[in-house]
Design a binder for this molecule. Structure first.
Ligand code: GDP
Length: 137
């Protein structure tokens, strides 16, 4: 069993597809072990995406992630990290496999519907960034 962090980004929340996205997870063996709808501050977004701080798209990414509420979740299941990445599809929705979340619900590389941890180590850090152990069950 693994846990991974998923974020439904502001574009998908605005579109009203929270339920449709969670259905993709639950229908594919990923259980929602924790969930909350929050609005990230600039400090939150900058800290969460610190690894990208030197990239040219960093300011746009921070602006976008703070443009509206997001839903942060802990997903749990067998190979949860890789399974979530597979269900999400490629970062650029134009390159995402049909039937993936980004192919079906995302508009652009900025507004790409979901975030998912890309390694088990990052998953642990990202989960701890948003949730205390008491919130995960
Ligand atoms: P992810 O793990 O698939 O979300 O991709 P990354 O961790 O590489 O990047 C984090 C987020 O930054 C992505 O989901 C995109 O929203 C954004 N991003 C990544 N690469 C680019 C890029 O080349 N241009 C722009 N505008 N945004 C990008």
């Amino acid at each position: 069993m693994q846990q991974t962090l998923s974020i439904i980004k502001p574009d998908a929340v605005k579109k009203g597809v929270i339920g449709k996205i969670i259905d993709r997870f639950e229908s594919n063996g990923l259980r929602v072990a924790a969930a909350k709808k929050i609005k990230l501050s600039k400090c939150d977004a900058k800290a969460f995406y610190a690894i990208h701080s030197q990239r040219p798209f960093f300011n746009d990414l921070v602006d976008f992630m703070t443009s509206g509420p997001v839903v942060v979740m802990v997903l749990e299941g067998e190979n949860a990290v890789a399974k979530n990445r597979e269900l999400m599809g490629a970062t650029n929705p134009k390159e995402a496999t049909p039937g993936t979340i980004r192919a079906d619900f995302a508009d652009s590389i900025d507004a790409n519907a979901v975030h998912g941890s890309d390694s088990l180590e990052n998953a642990k850090n990202e989960i701890a960034f948003f949730f205390s152990s008491r919130e995960i069950c």
